[in-house]
Design a protein around this ligand. Structure first.
Ligand SMILES: O=C(O)CCC(=O)C(=O)O
Length: 275
């Protein structure tokens, strides 16, 4: 079964991203993953009715954050680098997602960088605060492993007025790796000069959509301005291990820590300055 058509593939090549509305509506593993995360919220809230009576993860996380501010971070740790939920692993490697990744990458050997999975959680009333917030960046310097890589951006909560999302510079992937620098908190890279880029679009997203990004397309967080709802998003990455540069560089990956090459070492000329 094919989940993307020729038009989707052409659109992805042109824009560097693709929005598949409602693509996860019939994916049972996605539903299982959401349910497992809901269970984690209920466990972390010790059954508190404020949390267990809600269904949307954005609302559950907001209620949990209210009664137990440290709890969402613990759940986040279970969903990131990589997801530690079996249902999450199953979702990441399910037929639908692998088929889409293989078609878009045209990869004969698919892998994913060790630093791959991430879950972004933006709590209400936090605006730009929190380590999740990302300025405009390309994913590639964070992942390195192969020049041909994808990020699957998967909403875990409903879209509400003001709870943020991402914006993308359409077509920016075709400019290759752009000069980048560390952000103000030294936690992420950001593109040095956005003035070289053109059209920035705000992604129209909701629960069950699948948004796919080329690892060179420039994109960043739209802050959660809501005072009541959280935004939660799962990120899965896939890479083409047959790309000649990936083979020559030995599939260099940013994690696990130890003897690894960072983007800074690999692309000295591209890292403009550090704070
Ligand atoms: O969901 C977001 O706010 C941004 C996520 C992102 O850009 C990334 O992790 O590469």
């Amino acid at each position: 079964m094919s989940y993307v058509n020729t038009k989707d593939v052409d659109q992805f090549r042109k824009d560097g991203y693709l929005i598949l509305k409602g693509a996860l509506l019939k994916n049972d593993l996605f539903e299982k993953y959401l349910n497992d995360i809901r269970k984690l919220c209920i466990l972390a809230a010790h059954g508190c009715n404020e949390v267990s009576s809600r269904y949307d993860l954005g609302e559950m996380l907001a209620a949990l954050f209210h009664i137990e501010p440290a709890a969402p971070k613990k759940i986040f740790d279970l969903l990131a680098t990589p997801t530690k939920l079996i249902s999450g692993m199953q979702l990441k490697t399910c037929e639908q997602l692998l088929s889409i990744a293989t078609t878009l990458l045209q990869a004969e050997l698919l892998g994913y960088p060790a630093a791959s999975d991430y879950a972004m959680m933006f709590m209400p009333g936090m605006k730009k605060a929190g380590n999740s917030y990302q300025e405009q960046h390309q994913d590639f310097p964070h992942l390195l492993q192969s020049p041909k890589q994808l990020t699957f951006w998967i909403p875990l909560s409903k879209h509400t007025d003001g709870n943020g999302g991402i914006s993308i510079y359409a077509g920016s992937h075709s400019m290759g790796l752009l000069p980048f620098k560390y952000n103000a908190t030294n936690s992420h890279y950001e593109v040095h000069d956005l003035s070289v880029l053109k059209e920035c679009v705000q992604v129209d997203w909701d629960l069950y959509d699948l948004i796919i990004l080329d690892s060179l397309v420039v994109h960043g967080t739209i802050a959660n301005m809501s005072e009541t709802t959280a935004r939660a998003t799962q990120l899965f990455r896939y890479s083409d291990l047959t790309h000649p540069v990936a083979v020559t560089s030995g599939w260099t990956s940013t994690r696990p820590t130890g003897n690894f090459t960072t983007a800074k070492e690999m692309y000295k000329d591209k890292l403009v300055y550090e704070y």
